[in-house]
Design a protein around this ligand. Structure first.
Ligand code: ADP
Ligand code: ZN
Ligand code: ZN
Length: 733
């Protein structure tokens, strides 16, 4: 008998002890009795039995551990740092299908136990021709039973008879459900096989990473390389090195469906060395998810590539964690636990004495700040591979342009589009707004169509003649006249992807124009569209920011950003940073092949800093200036920001509770922390919930949060008002 200590997967913040007939390894999923109920738990310790009257573990769910010691440490840390419940953390860390006792898929396999002599076979053929047929089918080797039944039409009764006779043996084997094999994926397996000669800067960066790997210590490398500088090649070589050392690798990408090329390149490179990887993404079926987790937990796979939740993969010997496009807001989870995948990645590398590579052409200010203050190692790649030129960036002032023509495409952009089409080169247009027009306005009474549930204007979608809310999905028929004063002079203003598509198609009727945004494209279809684009079957691709990431199309020589002002106008202290990043990233899609690229940025504020700095590709200049402003206002990265959001259906109540809270907090805090608010959130209402937020600025999240939570636990809120904390928020809307 042993005593096992178990961390229950309920909200219980305490470990419990049970007995069991044998010792259980760390991380084993078990069922234990808890207050007359049965619940799941994770084994965290086993000790030899001392006489005790403990209850016994009811059952062991799997004979392999579902979490690793470091992920469990991360769970406790996340609970504290992000101020969320332990059960919400466990729900995030251990996939639902594993907690719900997933099963392997088994298939039945038939094989021959005894080879018949010719005479015996003849007898069988005479007496039972169907049995003989089945026998002969198996002569070449064992076959899956269902294939015999469904493809060869051999009845189950016949097979059973053969098994009963002792001529066939039926066995079971588990089948791996491998989700990422399809044609689109294959076409992404570009020639990763020809070994490249590294550029000088690549070599220097890689040497630096290798020396950290060889030292076997924790180190974060910020790989700041301009678009097309060959960062992926560096990741691949670092991965290879780690696998040779027998280590495991986590490779994070912002979203798997949007980065098929990176995933494809990784897979084909690994295959070259006879290695497999697990691709962890949101559209896995439950079975696939279960198999993937099992493969990682049992060491069948040493590499996982996936979106943020892949950081919790149960790999035991992590030596390298890569976060590609580390500046991407997609790494932050928008519901509880509101963790930041990149920050967890750094922490996990730290726990494992592993190397973390954060890569980007436009690193976040947080990571750049950490180069100085947390000793991140900065590796820069300033040149594109093969000395390809950075694209030439033109800024078009749309205020001037609109005086002369009312079009949404400037003459500069239009003529360049023509030109590319004539030359059979490809173009991409970005417009970070879906739909056709952005708002309905009545010039007679001033009416603006807004969502009944959210405080945003409705967007017109001409395809289905609906006006839709992009926050909650509300939709209704687009009106013919003003709903308020019945005027028929109502106008649609602004434009989105659909209108751009319309305009471009009219301008170039012969061009093959395809639009990709969440209205037009399922995630899987996106991969096909991108493959078509690569194959030259599309001339002009129009899309939202979703296609601005990590794509590499050699024949694209023109990129247009139709409205650079959208991100600039965001009510967010990161608006300038996001705009700068967006311009540099979209520009990076141009001129990646042998031909030089051009970029056209349309804006009404051509002289704003992020646009000017991006035009000159002056990263350091932008950084210096932006940091100065952040410092002045105490914004990140100089302080951590904690957002405390109150919401409820009754606007007065929400405001009242938030005001009461701030008063209580100010009165009872031992020392001053910097508080701003309460103030209505930029999106005042979402899905009928009114929203008010309070901001805290602090150099130390854990300490501040601890104090705030202590006061919060004694504060009587209103049952109709919900409040949540968002630590290091990236979405302030
Ligand atoms: P980034 O991720 O920095 O934007 P990529 O890693 O996608 O850049 O590299 C851009 C292109 O250059 C890819 O097609 C890649 O295969 C190629 N490439 C990378 N390194 C080299 C090299 N040393 N020599 C030649 N081509 C390279
Ligand atoms: Zn009106
Ligand atoms: Zn809405």
């Amino acid at each position: 008998m042993s005593i096992v200590t178990v961390q229950p997967l309920t909200g219980l913040d305490r470990r419990l002890s049970y007995t069991f007939e044998r010792a259980l390894p760390f991380g084993t999923l078990v069922k234990v009795p808890l207050r007359n109920r049965e619940c799941l738990g994770i084994v965290v310790e086993t000790a030899p039995d001392a006489p005790s009257r403990l209850k016994s573990v009811n059952a062991v769910v799997y004979d392999w551990p579902v979490v690793t010691p470091d992920t469990l440490s991360m769970a406790y840390w996340m609970q504290r740092y992000y101020a969320c419940s332990l059960d919400s953390v466990f729900e995030t860390i251990i996939p639902a299908v594993v907690r719900q006792e997933g099963r392997f898929r088994y298939e039945k396999v038939l094989s021959i136990t005894k080879v018949l002599t010719e005479a015996e076979l003849e007898v069988l053929q005479r007496r039972a021709p169907r049995q003989a047929e089945a026998y002969q089918a198996l002569l070449g080797g064992p076959l899956v039973k269902s294939a015999l039944v469904h493809e060869r039409g051999i009845g189950e009764g016949i097979l059973r008879a053969l098994v009963e006779k002792g001529l066939f043996l039926e066995t079971e084997r588990s089948v791996d459900r491998n989700p990422y094999v399809d044609e689109a994926a294959n076409s992404e397996r570009v020639a990763a096989h020809t070994p490249l000669r590294l550029m000088h800067e690549q070599e220097t960066a890689l040497d630096s990473i290798f020396s950290s790997l060889d030292a076997g210590v924790y180190r974060t490398h910020l790989l700041h390389g301009v678009t097309g500088s060959g960062k992926t090649e560096i990741y691949l070589r670092a991965i290879h090195r780690v696998l040779e050392m027998g280590g495991d690798v986590v490779f994070l990408v912002p979203e798997v469906a949007l980065t098929p090329q990176t995933v494809g390149r990784l897979q084909s490179r690994l295959e070259l060395h006879g290695l497999s990887s697990v691709v962890w993404h949101s559209s896995l079926s439950n079975g696939e998810r279960f198999d993937a987790w099992h493969a990682l937990a049992t060491g069948k796979s040493s590499v996982v590539v996936g979106a943020r939740s892949a950081i919790f993969a149960p790999l035991k010997n992590i030596k390298l964690v890569i976060v590609d496009e580390e500046h991407e807001p997609a790494y932050k989870q928008s519901e509880n636990p509101r963790y930041h995948g990149r920050d967890i990645a750094v922490y996990r590398a730290y726990l494992n004495k592993a190397v973390c590579i954060l890569g980007s052409a436009t690193p976040s200010l947080e990571s750049l700040y950490n180069v100085k203050h947390k000793d991140y190692c900065l590796n820069r790649l300033t040149k594109r591979v093969d000395d390809r030129q950075m694209p030439l960036i033109h800024i078009v002032d749309m205020k001037m342009e609109r005086l002369k023509n009312a079009a949404l495409l400037s003459r500069t952009l239009a003529s360049k589009l023509f030109d590319r089409f004539e030359r059979k080169e490809q173009s991409i247009l970005f417009i970070n707004r879906r739909g056709y027009s952005t708002s309905l306005l009545c010039p007679d009474c001033g009416f603006v169509a807004t969502c009944p549930c959210c405080s945003v204007a409705l967007t017109f979608h001409r395809q289905d003649d609906l006006q839709k809310c992009h926050i909650c999905g509300f939709s209704e028929r687009a009106p013919q006249c003003c709903p308020q004063c019945a005027s028929d002079k109502i106008r649609w203003r602004g434009f989105g992807t659909q209108k751009v598509e319309d305009v471009v198609q009219k301008m170039l009727p012969k061009a093959r124009v395809v639009r990709v945004d969440t209205d037009s494209t399922q995630k899987d279809a996106l991969r096909k569209t991108l493959a078509d684009f690569r194959a030259g079957k599309i001339d002009i691709l129009i899309g939202t920011q979703m296609i601005a990431k990590g794509l590499d199309f050699p024949n694209v020589t023109l990129v247009g950003l139709v409205d650079a002002d959208i991100s600039l106008k965001m009510p967010d202290f990161r608006a300038a940073e996001r705009t700068f990043q967006l311009i540099v990233q979209v520009a990076g899609r141009s001129g990646r092949g042998d031909k030089a690229g051009e970029v056209v940025i349309q804006t009404c504020t051509p002289y704003s800093d992020p646009i000017q700095f991006a035009k000159r590709s002056d990263f350091d200049g932008f950084l210096e200036q932006e940091l100065e402003q952040r410092k002045e206002f105490h914004y990140p990265p100089f302080r951590h920001l904690i957002r405390h959001l109150f919401r409820g259906h009754n606007q007065e109540k929400v405001t009242f509770v938030a005001e009461q809270w701030v008063r209580t907090l100010e009165a009872s805090l031992p020392e001053k922390i910097e508080i701003r608010g309460p103030a209505p959130a930029p999106l005042e209402k979402i899905k009928d919930f009114y929203r008010v937020h309070v901001w805290y600025f602090t150099p130390n999240v854990s300490q501040t949060l601890q104090k705030i939570l202590a006061i919060r636990s004694k504060f009587t809120s209103d049952p109709d008002v919900i409040d949540v904390f968002d630590v290091d928020p990236v979405d302030l809307s």
